[in-house]
Design a protein around this ligand. Structure first.
Ligand SMILES: Nc1ncnc2c1ncn2[C@@H]1O[C@H](COP(=O)(O)OP(=O)(O)OP(=O)(O)O)[C@@H](O)[C@H]1O
Ligand SMILES: [Mg+2]
Length: 396
């Protein structure tokens, strides 16, 4: 099963491109599911389904055309299905602080619940072998980053905090419930957490396997959007996900380059060139701005035709390695950069803001650094096969 993850800044066209990709895959004969992980669902709107504003019809996969289903994770339903013990406890806790029931219920939806629920489904569908491809329409970047880091966080919690906390509470409960103003969680609460963990177990390996999972970053050709796309690229790499494509959406077509929009188009073309330089060797697809919103199956198909060539397969595996990786070794950090060639010439390394710039001959690569490494300076580099390993240390 393949997983294609569509992420990017708010409003850039994630849902539209994910939906169009789903249609293309279905037409190629793949059993496809497009799943929305964004609490502000708009997948059914993109398909122009006649659904009420808060309809929960898509809380389970709904067939759209042959081979294509869509699914919008509905958090209220998921709470009943999967989070009962946890949310009952939290709601109880919030009530003791004087909150009304409805408010307490709203607040008991904590960050990450949607993402975790979606992951459980992905894992379940994988086990059942129900689909060939799952296209994930993610929430804007920050939330999708939480999505990809969630399994690691939960695993850490289960391994380190969970056992002690549980033991401690067992000891404390008889006493604490008499003196403490808040009820301590019952064993069922922990059983529920463990059960959830079991349901997402293995998903981190799935996400980090480039043959199974590819991330596609949707962007617009604007400086500010590009900055966020670059950050997303860094963090996806940091979490071991392979970004195999950048999709530059809403490009002003040539005929729009006159009069009022002339300057805007010039600007877009500049940013587009920057996108291609920055992300190379990851390719950038170009999608023009359409005359109208991309609503309904017909228009989504038009978008798919622009995105993919006639014989092209969006599920094809084109990159089997992330462009770069970060790691920590003994007393230093490392940036491991995959080079398209095995050159033995002079390597130039320098910092530019929070980016590491690597130059070999006339090859130049900008690597955005994660926060934990942004203050470090490159010390030396060595070449192993086609891997350039740059040591990073605190500047003396
Ligand atoms: N190439 C395009 N030409 C014209 N309109 C477009 C294009 N791409 C997307 N749109 C329209 O822009 C709006 C936002 O697109 P979409 O919902 O796909 O973005 P999104 O990244 O999913 O947004 P959000 O962050 O809110 O989930 C929609 O109305 C969509 O129809
Ligand atoms: Mg969207």
């Amino acid at each position: 099963m393949r997983i294609l993850l569509f992420s990017g800044k708010g409003g850039v066209g994630k849902t539209s491109t994910a939906a169009a990709t789903g249609l293309k895959l279905a037409s190629l004969g793949y059993r496809t599911l497009v799943m929305s992980v964004d609490p502000a669902h708009s997948l059914s709107d993109a398909f122009d389904l006649e659904a009420g504003l808060f309809s929960s019809r898509t809380a389970d996969p709904v067939p759209i055309v042959a081979n294509l289903e869509i699914h919008e994770v509905n958090i209220q339903k998921e709470i009943k299905r999967h989070w009962n013990e946890i949310s009952t406890y939290i709601i109880g806790l919030l009530r003791t602080s004087g909150l009304a029931d409805v408010e307490a219920e709203e607040l008991a939806i904590f960050p990450g619940m949607e993402e975790l629920s979606a992951m459980m489904y992905v894992n379940q569908f994988r086990r059942e072998g129900r689909y060939d491809v799952i296209v994930l329409d993610c929430a804007p970047t920050a939330e999708s980053l939480r999505f990809i880091s969630m399994p690691t966080t939960l695993e850490w919690y289960i391994k380190h905090i969970f056992p002690t906390e549980r033991k401690l509470l067992k000891l404390m409960r008889p006493l604490a419930n008499r003196v403490s103003p808040v009820e301590l969680p019952q064993d069922s609460y922990f059983a529920n957490i463990y059960d959830l963990y079991k349901k997402i177990e293995g998903i981190d390996t799935l996400l980090a396997d480039p043959v199974k999972t590819s991330a596609r970053l949707v962007t617009n050709a604007e400086k500010m959007v590009l900055k966020e796309t670059q950050r997303a690229f860094v963090y996806f790499s940091l979490h071991g996900l392979t970004v195999d494509e950048i999709i530059v959406n809403r490009l002003l077509p040539e005929e729009a380059g006159q009069g009022f929009f002339a300057e805007a188009r010039r600007n877009q073309q500049e940013v587009l060139a920057e996108v291609e330089r920055y992300f190379a060797p990851v390719p950038a697809r170009r999608v023009p701005l359409f005359e109208t919103e991309v609503l309904g199956i017909e228009r989504l198909r038009r978008l798919a035709d622009v995105l993919y060539g006639a014989g092209e397969d969006p599920a094809a595996v084109t990159r089997t390695e992330p462009a770069y990786e970060f790691g920590k070794k003994d007393d230093h950090y490392e940036v491991r950069l995959r080079l398209p060639f095995a050159a033995k010439s002079e390597v130039g390394l320098y910092k530019k803001g929070d980016e590491l710039v690597v130059e070999i001959g006339n090859f130049r690569r900008h690597v955005g650094l994660p926060t934990s490494m942004a203050a470090l300076a490159p010390v030396r580099a060595r070449l192993e096969d086609r891997l350039l390993i740059v040591e990073m240390k605190e500047a003396a």
